[in-house]
Design a binder for this molecule. Structure first.
Ligand SMILES: [Zn+2]
Length: 267
């Protein structure tokens, strides 16, 4: 077995003794609590730790993660998860460690809920943060759990939602939607229609928006397509499966946009 798990360092701890080292089990197959973990930069770095100390440390992480989510408001949970992430990511645990992935995934899900209730300025900040969290999780998931699966699908759809929200030309549309008190929900047909209106407006101003906007829209559709392929495998009737069914390119919300972006502008 590869101790650094195909280069993901999914179980690695940050070496406390040197700036770039990662602690890995000397024998990844050993279940012995007295087995040695050593720095991957050995023999340049001689730091070692025994497996039981690693277990104790991970128990503390687990406790911190559990405490972050228990009986708190959504905002509090968001703050708590951020603190736990800042405490461990790249400092005590490798940035790809499975606990870091769990915390990031929890944050992505909390942000999904927050995006439905916050103001537009906060939503923009959250969507940028969510994009970076999603991309960092996807990098690891693609190596360790390739193919279509539920986790990957849910991350892809969160990325889809944030990508739509963070497109600069959607900002005005987004503000307007919030102003009108519309339920902000990705794939909301109103949002897509406003997106289309804004796209047309920019194009009529004679900018090169037709090309850049089309590229952005294609990227978003691609993210959506991967999300759909993952979630369509979930049991029929489940929320994930139902969501996947809505994500069809023939959807009445998307169809005008697809038609629009297929049209080359007349000069
Ligand atoms: Zn070291």
């Amino acid at each position: 077995m590869d101790p650094n798990e195909h280069g993901t360092f999914y179980s690695a701890l940050k070496c406390p003794k040197c700036p770039n080292g990662q602690l890995l089990p000397g024998n990844p197959l050993s279940l012995d609590l007295s087995s040695i973990w050593l720095c991957n930069l050995a023999p340049r770095c001689d730091f070692i730790i025994v497996a039981s100390q690693v277990m104790d440390l991970l128990k503390n992480v687990q406790l911190d993660v559990e405490n972050a989510a228990v009986e708190h408001s959504l905002f509090q949970e968001y703050q708590n998860l951020q603190s736990v992430l800042a405490k461990y990511r790249g400092k005590i645990l490798h940035r790809n460690h499975f606990y870091i992935m769990n915390i990031q995934y929890a944050l992505i899900m909390v942000i999904n809920q927050l995006l439905e209730i916050v103001n537009e300025e906060e939503a923009l900040k959250l969507s940028y943060q969510q994009i970076s969290l999603c991309r960092s999780c996807i990098d690891v998931v693609d190596v360790l759990r390739p193919g279509n699966n539920r986790i990957r699908g849910k991350i892809q759809l969160s990325l889809f939602k944030s990508s739509i929200l963070s497109q600069d030309f959607v900002q005005d549309a987004f503000v307007m939607l919030l102003f009108l008190g519309n339920l902000l929900y990705f794939f909301h047909e109103g949002l897509l229609m406003t997106f289309l209106v804004e796209a047309k407006r920019r194009m009529s101003e004679g900018s090169d928006f037709a090309l850049t906007g089309r590229k952005q829209f294609e990227d978003i559709l691609n993210i959506m397509r991967i999300g759909r392929e993952c979630l369509i495998l979930e049991p029929p009737g489940s929320p994930e499966h139902t969501r996947a069914l809505k994500l069809s390119l023939e959807s009445s919300g998307l169809e005008p946009l697809i038609r629009f972006f297929n049209i080359r502008p007349c000069s």
